[in-house]
Write a protein that binds this ligand. Structure first.
Ligand code: BGC
Length: 266
């Protein structure tokens, strides 16, 4: 039986990369999916087509997750289309890398705005809806599920990317605090922390032979991740199979957080 039958999911940043794969996998398990995009309308439409072509339900919805008005409109669009919401995958994220002493306030603000404030704005709307709607036992054992797309850099410091790692560190306590506040209402809030997954965000690294070789040294499992590796985890976290999993982070990183520098005794 499909794990997410009759459920409605909103995936932010779903026009490419991890979000795209998550949207497709949730739909494969029976969820109707709102495919959010910021600027890549073409990409979002392709994701919708892919889902529809395999018999699923989806529609594309534009919004900048850092803009509260646009977020409100996006949630309205989801309710207009499906009259419900069960799963939020807050996935939209960006990088604006720079050496710390050269990082501009603009680069700092842009990353915090999308990665952290965007997650706050979307989660707030989802929780509001879940609290109002409550538990619908025929659909799921939880009144709602939120999955934040974090990163191994919620834990691994990242020189040259302090805005990004700070946003993911912040996301961790955002997730845990919301979970602490809403668990008694049967709302489940968790994060996935992907490692190096082959997506457009890091293609300058994995498409370069030398950098790719160096990156592999950081991954004990000895391969880069695919978006599907993360999508499988998202399906599980969104489903009743993980009902008792609350306020935690699932690392999907091929062991990147295992301090691989110590493999040969440091
Ligand atoms: C970043 C990628 C990076 C990976 C592992 C992710 O969160 O977005 O650019 O390759 O972490 O360092």
């Amino acid at each position: 039986m499909a794990l997410l039958k009759n459920q409605v999911a909103l995936v932010t940043g779903a026009s490419s990369g991890i979000g795209k794969s998550v949207a497709i996998y949730l739909a494969k398990e029976g969820a109707s999916v709102a495919v959010n995009y910021h600027s890549d309308e073409e990409g979002a439409k392709e994701v919708v087509e892919t889902i529809k072509n395999s018999g699923g339900k989806a529609f594309a919805v534009q919004a900048d997750v850092g803009n509260e008005e646009e977020v409100l409109k996006m949630f309205e669009a989801v309710y207009d289309e499906y009259d419900n919401l069960d799963i939020l995958v807050s996935n939209a994220g960006i990088q604006k890398d720079a050496p710390f002493d050269e990082m501009t306030l603009e680069q700092w603000n842009a990353v915090i705005r999308t990665n952290l404030t965007g997650a706050f704005l979307c989660a707030k709307q989802a929780v509001k809806f879940f609290l109002k709607r409550g538990l619908v036992e025929e659909i799921s054992k939880s009144a709602g599920k939120i999955i934040f797309m974090s990163s191994v850099h919620q834990e691994i410091p990242w020189a040259g990317h302090v805005n990004y790692s700070a946003s993911k560190g912040g996301l961790t306590e955002l997730m845990r605090s919301i979970s602490q506040e809403t668990a008694n209402k049967c709302i489940r809030v968790n994060s996935i922390a992907p490692g190096a997954i082959k997506t457009p965000i890091n293609e300058d690294v994995w498409k370069d032979e030398e950098k790719h070789k160096h990156l592999l040294k950081l991954i004990p499992y000895n391969r880069l991740g695919e978006p599907e590796d993360v999508a499988e985890a998202a399906v599980w976290l969104a489903s009743d199979k993980s009902e008792y999993v609350n306020g935690t982070t699932l690392f999907v990183d091929g062991g990147m957080t295992l301090y691989p520098g110590f493999i040969n005794n440091g």
